[in-house]
Design a protein around this ligand. Structure first.
Ligand code: FAS
Ligand code: PHB
Length: 418
C-alpha cells in the first residue's frame, strides 16, 4: 500500500469537487481528488445549463472563466407558457440588473478539468473501493486503483461525491437528519444540434404536463418533457419526443420549432433531499452529496457551487489564518441558502407540473396562483429574485432557524442581537 499525505482529500470530480480543487490550488493548499469514474465519463455527462451570478463569480475566482465569457449566453429574462399564452419575466428589470448565464455544466466540468491538468494536480480516476476513515479525528482515505492500494492521510475530507456517493453513506444515521420528497414523474431530456425555439428559456405548464425549452448555444438546444416515472428512454423515439413537445407548445413556438436527431436522451428522476448538518468533524458534505433539488428552478449546480464558495473560504481561512470560524459556520451558512433554494424548486415544480393525484380544486388553485404570479409585479419579483439566485452571504438573523443540536462542534447558539 502506498501512503500519501495531503491537506484536503476531495471525494468526487464533479463540479463541486473540481471547483473546490481549483480554489484550494489558487490558495496554495494541497489536495487530492479521488473519483470513481473515468475522466472521459465525467467530462461526457449532460446535466445543468443555467449559471447564477454566484457561480459565474466563483468560476472567475478559480481562473477558469475564459470559455464561459466567450461562449456563455447572458439572459435577462425567461418565459412561462400557460393557457397557450407566453408571459415574459423580466429578470433583470425585477432584480436591479441581475442575469443568469446559459452555459452547460458539461462545459464547466471540462474547463475545470483542463485547468487541473494544466496545473498538473493529483487526481485518482477510476478509483475503486473508496473508503473514508476516522473523519472525527485523524481522517484518511483508502482506495484501489489499477489493482494497487493507496492510503491518503489528510486534515479534512470534502464529500463532493454526489447523491450516491460514499461520504454521506459512511455517516451513522443517528448523526444526521434527512428530509426527502420524491416526485411521481421524471424529466425526459433531449439534446439536439438545432437552433433554440426562442431566444430565452420557455417553461411550459400544459394540461398534458410540463415541458422546458432550453439551450446550450444558438445552434444547440436542450428540451425536457415531464413523463411518468415508469417511462423508459427506449419508449421514446425522437419522433415521439418532438410530437409530444409540439402538443405542449403554443402555436408560435410550434411553428418555430426546429427538430433533429437527438445526440443525448435520458430520463432524470425528480426529488427534493436535504441532509442536516453538512459537517461531521473533519468531513464536509457539499453539493449533491448533501442535497438534491428538482431541476425546475435550475438550482442543483448553483447550490453545489455556493456550498464550495463557503467551504473553500472556510478551509483557506483555517490554513492561512488558523481560524475555525468558517468551518464551524459552514453547515449553518450552506443550509440557510439550501433550504430557500429547496423551497423555490419545490414551489416551481408544484406550480408547473401536472400531478395525477391533484383534485380539480387543487388544479384550479395552482392555476389561480400561477395567474396571480404572472399578473403581479410582486409575484413576478419573487420568482425573478429566486431564479437569478438569492444573496450568497446571508444575514445572521437567517441563521437563527439552524441552531443544530447534532454535536458540540455544530451547535450554534445565536443571541437575539445577532
Ligand atoms: P455530481 O453528482 O455531479 O458529482 C459527484 C461525483 O462523485 C461524480 O463524478 C461521481 O462519479 C463521483 N463519485 C460518486 N461516488 C463516488 C465514490 N464512492 N468515490 C469517488 N467518487 C465518487 N441541475 C440543474 O441545475 N439543472 C439540470 O438540468 C440538472 N439536470 C440533471 C440531470 C441528472 C441526470 C442529474 C443526475 C442531475 C442533474 N442536475 C441538474 C443536478 C446536477 O447538475 C448536480 O446538481 C450537480 O452535478 C452537482 O454537482 P456535484 O455535487 O459535484 O455532484
Ligand atoms: C437545462 O438547460 O438543462 C436546464 C435549464 C433550466 C432548468 C433545468 C435545466 O430549470
Amino acid at each position: 500500500m502506498d501512503i500519501l499525505d495531503t491537506q484536503v482529500a476531495i471525494i468526487g470530480s464533479g463540479p463541486a469537487g473540481l471547483l473546490l480543487g481549483q480554489l484550494l490550488y489558487k490558495a496554495g493548499i494541497e489536495h487530492i481528488i479521488i473519483e470513481r469514474q473515468s475522466a472521459e465519463y465525467v467530462a461526457s455527462r449532460i446535466r445543468a445549463g443555467i449559471l447564477e451570478q454566484i457561480t459565474v463569480d466563483l468560476l472567475h475566482k478559480a481562473g477558469v472563466a475564459d470559455n464561459l465569457d466567450k461562449y456563455g449566453l447572458p439572459h435577462d429574462g425567461v418565459e412561462i407558457l400557460t393557457n397557450n399564452q407566453r408571459h415574459r419575466i423580466d429578470l433583470s428589470q425585477l432584480t436591479g440588473g441581475k442575469q443568469v448565464v446559459v452555459y452547460g455544466q458539461t462545459e464547466v466540468t471540462k474547463d475545470l478539468m483542463e485547468a487541473r491538468q494544466q496545473a498538473n494536480l493529483r487526481s485518482f480516476y477510476q478509483a475503486e473501493d473508496v473508503q473514508i476513515h476516522d473523519y472525527e479525528s485523524s481522517p484518511y482515505v483508502t482506495l484501489v486503483q489499477n489493482g494497487h492500494s493507496y492510503r491518503i492521510n489528510c486534515q479534512f475530507i470534502a464529500g463532493c461525491d454526489g447523491f450516491h456517493g460514499v461520504c454521506r453513506a459512511s455517516i451513522p444515521e443517528d448523526k444526521m437528519q434527512t428530509f426527502e420528497k420524491v416526485y411521481p414523474f421524471g424529466w425526459l431530456g433531449v439534446l439536439a444540434d438545432v437552433p433554440p425555439v426562442a431566444p430565452e428559456l420557455i417553461y411550459v405548464q400544459s394540461e398534458r404536463g410540463f415541458a422546458l425549452c432550453s439551450m446550450r448555444s444558438n445552434t444547440r438546444s436542450r428540451y425536457y418533457l415531464q413523463v411518468p416515472i415508469t417511462d423508459t428512454v427506449e419508449q421514446w423515439s425522437d419522433e415521439a419526443f418532438w410530437e409530444e413537445l409540439k402538443n405542449r407548445l403554443d402555436d408560435d413556438s410550434k411553428a418555430n420549432l426546429v427538430t433533429g436527431p437527438s445526440i443525448e436522451k435520458s430520463i432524470a428522476p425528480l426529488r427534493s433531499f436535504i441532509t442536516e448538518p453538512m459537517r461531521f468533524g473533519k468531513l464536509f458534505l457539499a453539493g449533491d452529496a448533501a442535497h438534491i433539488v428538482p431541476p425546475t428552478g435550475a438550482k442543483g449546480l448553483n447550490l453545489a457551487t455556493s456550498d464550495i464558495g463557503f467551504l473553500s473560504d472556510a478551509l483557506i481561512e483555517y490554513f492561512q489564518n488558523g481560524s475555525n470560524e468558517g468551518i464551524d459556520q459552514y453547515s449553518a451558512r450552506c443550509l440557510a441558502r439550501v433550504w430557500k433554494a429547496e423551497r423555490f424548486s419545490w414551489w416551481l415544480t408544484h406550480l408547473l407540473h401536472r400531478f395525477d393525484t391533484e383534485t380539480e380544486f387543487d388544479h384550479r388553485m395552482k392555476q389561480a396562483e400561477l395567474n396571480y404570479v404572472l399578473e403581479s409585479v410582486a409575484g413576478q419579483t419573487t420568482l425573478a429574485e429566486n431564479y437569478v439566485g438569492l444573496p450568497f452571504k446571508v444575514d445572521r438573523s437567517d441563521l437563527k432557524s439552524h441552531v443544530l443540536a447534532s454535536d458540540k462542534t455544530e451547535s450554534i447558539h445565536l443571541t437575539s442581537s445577532s
